[in-house]
Design a protein around this ligand. Structure first.
Ligand SMILES: *Cc1c(COP(=O)(O)O)cnc(C)c1O
Length: 428
């Protein structure tokens, strides 16, 4: 692909974009000048699909009209509401329907999965994660270690980049797994690291983990709706993700869970149980003695959160309508490649600004993380004043995530131009 910083090039790319019509299905927040902003925060909170409001209104209407009968006679009966998400969720992450369920929130699900899939013994008790993982994941693992009477510093092993590097090498991850060997109980990595934007080779990591007898799971908060995923094909044991980042399902939106089919018929697996995970055939007889449903559904605790799920149903259906992750990824790689090109065109020395996200498209999603060594906060504010909405991570990283469903090449060109204006004004 040959890029150009000209407005004509961006216009041409947008005109040729097969996914261009999806932008009109979102509310794009206005920038300071009242015009639509260039929104690059889909990695933090995706935008509102216009159809979400009617979907939520429908549930209000059913509740208003039917009260408790909405469970059975609603437009989409609440008792089975979560099941309407299963097909699209399975397609989204490359899983079988029995392997997925939508429930709760991300960190809650992380805990529920670790209860089952982190079962330390006297000799096999280590859990491997990325150094500098998202804090919630760090806290979840610390507390899981303590739950088993272990000290986090002993139980948790963190992967860190080589000196002078910002991201992890797959061969180093594999070597660490092999080194831990029989002591390694569980691996829990992000699919995409929230800070650097690095996408991990989940197939290779899963293989390496299984080779030493460890269980392998991924937090896909920054990967779901961003990367093409093949969780079943990669033989991943478990995973969870949130729906409010690349899946545009609203602040605090519901979460997805994947558990490999080999655990589907394992009622013996320890878990924290609730009535919604109980076998449907006699769930409502309200008897003693938990018997889980087959598959990921058997990890459910509570009856479905209809309102967040109503939004999620709209959002996840958009992924299918867009042609799935293969189609989204095609545009995503071009958009991010364009942003990378425009930043490289600035010709700044690495001592001033560097992209810490891997340059290889296979090792990243849509996000680029810029490590800004000088006047980073000022640059961030400069962008915001021009309606370029990025996000800021202490101490000096600006994350920009152009997403294929609603960002345009013109958005990216605007960002590139603002960056150029700032760096030139800095030189005087
Ligand atoms: C966004 C994110 C979270 C947030 O967790 P919630 O339970 O949804 O608040 C957790 N972990 C990772 C890796 C994230 O990126």
């Amino acid at each position: 692909m040959t890029y150009s910083s000209s407005p004509a090039f961006a216009a041409e790319m947008d005109a040729a974009d097969a996914l261009a019509s999806f932008r009109a299905e979102f509310h794009i927040p206005p920038g300071p000048d009242g015009q639509p902003c260039a929104y690059f925060c889909g990695n933090s909170l995706g935008l509102l699909p216009k159809a979400a409001r009617a979907a939520v209104e429908q549930e209000f209407a059913d509740w208003e009209r039917l009260g408790v009968e909405g469970h059975f006679h609603g437009t989409s009966p609440w008792m089975h509401y979560h099941e309407t998400l299963t097909g699209a969720t399975a397609r989204l992450v490359g899983a079988k329907p029995i392997e997925v369920v939508v429930m709760n929130n991300l960190t809650v699900n992380l805990h529920l999965l670790l209860i089952t899939f982190y079962r330390p013994t006297a000799t096999r008790y280590k859990i491997l994660m990325e150094g500098g993982a998202f804090p919630s994941d760090q806290y979840a693992l610390e507390s899981q270690a303590r739950l088993h009477g272990l000290h986090p510093d002993d139980a948790i092993v963190e992967l860190v980049p080589r000196p002078g590097e910002h991201t992890l090498r797959t061969e180093d991850i594999e070597a660490k797994i092999a080194e831990l060997g029989d002591s390694l109980a569980t691996i829990l990595l992000g699919g995409v690291n929230y800070y650097t934007g690095q996408a991990f080779d989940m197939a290779a990591i899963t293989r390496a983990g299984h080779a030493v007898g460890a269980l392998v799971g991924f937090d896909l908060a920054h990967a779901a709706g961003n990367l093409h995923l093949e969780l079943h094909g990669w033989d991943v044991d478990f995973a969870c993700w949130c729906s409010y980042k690349y899946l545009n399902s609203g602040p605090g939106g519901t979460s997805g869970v994947y558990i490999h089919e080999r655990f589907a018929q394992r009622p013996d697996l320890l878990r924290l149980a609730g009535w919604w995970g109980h076998d449907l055939s006699d769930r409502f007889q309200m008897k003693k003695g938990f018997r889980p449903m087959a598959g990921a559904a058997g990890w459910q605790l509570s009856n479905a959160q209809i309102f967040p799920m109503a939004i999620h149903r709209v959002s996840i259906a958009m992924v299918d309508r867009a042609g799935g992750m293969t189609a989204l990824r095609r545009k995503s790689e071009q958009l991010t490649g364009y942003l990378e090109y425009l930043i490289e065109q600035l010709g700044l020395p690495r001592t001033r600004l560097e992209i810490i996200t891997p340059a290889d498209p296979a090792q990243r999603g849509c996000q680029l993380s810029l490590l800004v060594h000088e006047r980073g906060r000022e640059l961030f504010d400069f962008l915001a004043a021009r309606g370029i909405i990025a996000d800021w991570r202490e101490p000096n990283v600006i994350r920009l995530a152009p997403v294929p469903l609603y960002n345009t090449f013109e958005d990216v060109r605007r960002a590139g131009e603002a960056l150029r204006t700032f760096t030139m004004s800095n030189e005087q």
